[in-house]
Design a protein around this ligand. Structure first.
Ligand code: GRG
Length: 285
């Protein structure tokens, strides 16, 4: 039941992403368009857009209301991965088991691809109009997504990730980096699901608490997977494994995950989200 629903959401999201890519196509911008498709339709887990749709449905509304918002979050996510892999950032030559965008194409193209993913995300929010969303709802989404992206969001996280002194290794700093770098887009995904269906602000705040814990355990799991799969082997990174052993880190992930699940207890019909949370804790990629 859970797996079928997850796979259904993924199919719907992929179809919408393909549709959006077709709309954005321009033969005068061929290489960038090709590189966008290469980066976007490439076996990502689509966790963030699935969260957006699932939050919308938890509040008993048609998930289609949140479909444009879901795709906008995935655009920001993929843009951030393309930029993150650049030599001036995390310098990774592979992503999702394939050559990173700048390796497959070239560095300048990868910069442009990130740029266009970021700018198009805000255009895509406005497509919510086609699913019956009001202008005021779209405006709220624009504000929320910009905040989760900017100096109080992933840009801040990336800045801290790149430039925090390794000697500052303590839980508070590592948690703060994960909060900005990873929780921000999970918060965007969850928040946009709430905004699409105009939930009361106290419920949105509660869901934001869920998203913060979700982001934290997701990042601990990412650090554990990096270690176990020997990614980042040569890099001296300030992450959860700078302060915890693998065994401790897995316990920490479980604790954050339990806190996320506790928040969901406040809501009826949260079974899918609970399953998605447990599934994300156990993920292997
Ligand atoms: C350059 C303006 C500008 C912004 C970008 C590069 C950057 C700032 C932020 C990147 C932050 C980053 C890479 C966070 C990592 C978050 C994370 C755990 C990513 C992996 O997510 P998954 O596992 O990936 O959901 P898939 O491949 O499944 O989509």
């Amino acid at each position: 039941m859970f797996e079928e629903k997850l796979s259904f959401y993924r199919t719907v999201i992929n179809e919408e992403l393909e549709k959006i890519l077709t709309m954005l196509e321009n033969k005068d911008c061929k290489l960038v368009c090709e590189a966008m498709k290469y980066s976007l339709i490439s076996g990502g887990k689509l966790l963030r857009p699935v969260l957006t749709l699932a939050v919308c449905e938890m509040f008993n509304k048609d998930f289609k209301k949140a479909l444009s918002f879901a795709c906008a979050v995935e655009f920001i996510h993929v843009g951030s991965l393309v930029h993150d892999d650049l030599p001036c950032m995390d310098d990774d030559s592979s992503r999702r088991g394939k050559a990173s965008c700048h390796v497959k194409f070239n560095e300048a193209t990868a910069v442009l691809v990130g740029d266009v993913f970021f700018s198009s995300a805000f255009e895509i929010l406005t497509y919510g109009k086609n699913y019956g969303l009001k202008d005021a709802t779209i405006l709220k989404a624009v504000l929320f997504l910009s905040k989760m992206f900017g100096t109080k969001g992933i840009v801040c996280g990336q800045n801290m990730d790149l430039f925090t002194n390794y000697e500052e290794k303590n839980l508070k700093t590592v948690e703060k980096i994960a909060f900005y770098k990873t929780s921000s887009l999970i918060r965007a995904a969850v928040g946009l699901g709430c905004i699409a269906v105009e939930v009361e602000s106290f419920k949105m705040e509660k869901m934001d608490e869920f998203a913060k814990y979700f982001g934290l355990f997701f990042q601990v799991c990412d650090d554990v997977l990096d270690y176990e799969q020997e990614r980042n082997k040569m890099k001296k990174k300030l992450d959860f494994l700078s302060i915890y052993s693998i065994k401790e880190a897995k316990e920490v992930a479980l604790n954050y995950c339990k806190k996320a699940l506790d928040v969901l207890e406040y809501f009826n019909d949260s079974d899918f989200l609970k399953n998605l949370t447990n599934y994300s804790l156990r993920r292997v990629n």
